[in-house]
Design a protein around this ligand. Structure first.
Ligand code: SF4
Length: 432
């Protein structure tokens, strides 16, 4: 039997699709490259934004058209957050949420024995354990995603995720060690630890810094942290992290706004001053680090003055990259009920203005890398002229290629010589 995989959303969803694939491959399934070749179409959905839902629906309709006889299993955050709406999707034969992924092979078996629409969406109850799924192994990649945390207890006023992912729960440290060692044996050079609220990793006194240390002890060349929320990054945790040489000095810490009034309305649990202090502490411990973030424009009641504060805050922090989102009302969240919704035109205008500033700061950061030496993990070669990879600060790096060389999955020290097309160029000085 063949399954075609389609994933939307974050690194956690990507890691889970890999794991579901591993579950099915353990039972003799194969991965189809094209939907037309598949017996099953598996769609792992995201629901962070309304536009994300629309894209998922379009993909489901398109997949159904390309494989009319295949079984379509729809899983993920959209299904967990909106089970009734998901059950009404005519193209889906099986729907299941973000719980009990381990049951997916059995659900498919049950369907093939007795074809009928299956809805297997269970609500979260408090005190749930972390569902340990086998770590997927996509041999084509150089870095592996290792999911170690799930759920969130924060309930930011715009966010649907706590309804789709349940409460915070963490993976057993020994399981992290076991999975990391397995990924090293499979030849991976980098492990990206990911979670829904990763910085809140906590298991029997182990915190996120312990999880990074345990992963590094597996023999992996480098460990990277997925997206982080500010809370949980205490001074003690940061000091422990700074003692782990394998940790890549790249911190993606979501700020969402640079205005205290807006942060309060978002139910974010920090002020701009506290966030700036956190970044200052990180830069003290990791001088050459990259700090990237997420910012939302057009949150309900965000005034021109509030947005101007966000622009000033961004200039003050000097992020090396910013992921910009326009506020998207999610039904069921407090912010969606606010009467002070901002017109799309204004959301877009603010996002464009912020994007211009973010571009200038990115260029400034990349220019500051020239002359420096960075450790680069090389990936699949995309052009005959260049070897390309990512540096430890997650900047894209290209070095000239010579025929017959294959640098894929190798780590070299590269002296940066220039900035080009939003990335860095350089020359290899040594094998790392
Ligand atoms: S901390 Fe992140 S995942 Fe949790 S509610 Fe807030 S935005 Fe959503």
């Amino acid at each position: 039997m063949k399954v075609f995989l389609k994933t939307f959303g974050c690194k956690v969803n990507a890691a889970e699709t890999d794991s579901i694939a591993a579950l099915l491959m353990q039972k003799g399934w194969e991965i189809a490259d094209l939907p037309e070749q598949a017996d099953v179409l598996l769609v792992n959905s995201c629901t962070v934004t309304a536009s994300g839902d629309r894209r998922m629906m379009q993909a489901v309709r398109k997949l159904r058209k390309s494989a009319p006889d295949a079984v379509l299993l729809l899983t993920g955050c959209y299904v967990q957050a909106f089970p009734q709406e998901a059950a009404a999707i005519p193209e889906a034969d099986i729907i299941t949420g973000t719980k009990n992924r381990l049951q997916i092979p059995a659900l498919l078996e049950g369907y093939f024995q007795n074809p009928h629409r299956i809805s297997a969406v269970e609500q979260f109850v408090s005190g749930e354990d972390f569902e340990s799924l086998p770590q997927g192994s996509d041999a084509g990649h150089t870095r592996a995603f290792l999911k170690i945390q799930d759920g969130c207890n924060r309930f930011c006023s715009y966010c649907i995720i706590p309804y789709a992912r349940g409460r915070c729960r963490s993976r057993h440290p020994e399981e992290i060690r076991h999975e990391a060692e397995r990924l090293v044996r499979q030849g991976y050079r980098e492990i990206v630890l990911c979670g829904i609220n990763l910085a809140c990793y906590a298991y029997d006194g182990y915190d996120i810094a312990d999880a990074v240390r345990i992963t590094a002890e597996s023999g992996i060349s480098q460990v990277r942290l997925g997206s982080l929320e500010p809370d949980g990054l205490t001074t003690e945790v940061l000091k422990k992290l700074s003692a782990i040489p394998e940790l890549c000095p790249h911190f993606h810490i979501s700020v969402q706004s640079g205005c205290d009034r807006t942060l309060k309305a978002m139910h974010r649990h920090y002020t701009c001053a506290e966030y700036a202090e956190l970044i200052a502490r990180i830069r003290e411990l990791f001088p050459a680090c990259a700090v990237t973030t997420d910012i939302m424009t057009g949150f309900p009641a965000e005034s021109e003055e509030d947005f101007a504060q966000t622009m000033e805050f961004v200039k003050e922090i000097k992020f090396s990259e910013i992921h910009i989102f326009r506020y998207s009302p999610r039904s069921g969240t407090p912010a969606a009920k606010s009467p002070e919704q901002i017109p799309e035109k204004i959301k877009k205008a603010r996002a464009d203005k912020l994007s211009e500033l973010a571009g200038a700061l990115r260029e400034e950061y990349l220019q500051s890398c020239i002359g420096g030496v960075h450790r680069v993990l090389f990936e699949r070669q995309k052009s005959p002229e260049w070897h390309n990879g990512h540096a430890e600060n997650y900047a894209v790096v290209r070095v000239p290629a010579h025929s017959g060389e294959n640098f894929r999955n190798q780590i070299f020290d590269v002296r940066i010589t220039g900035v080009q097309d939003g990335g860095l160029t350089g020359e290899i000085i040594d094998k790392s």
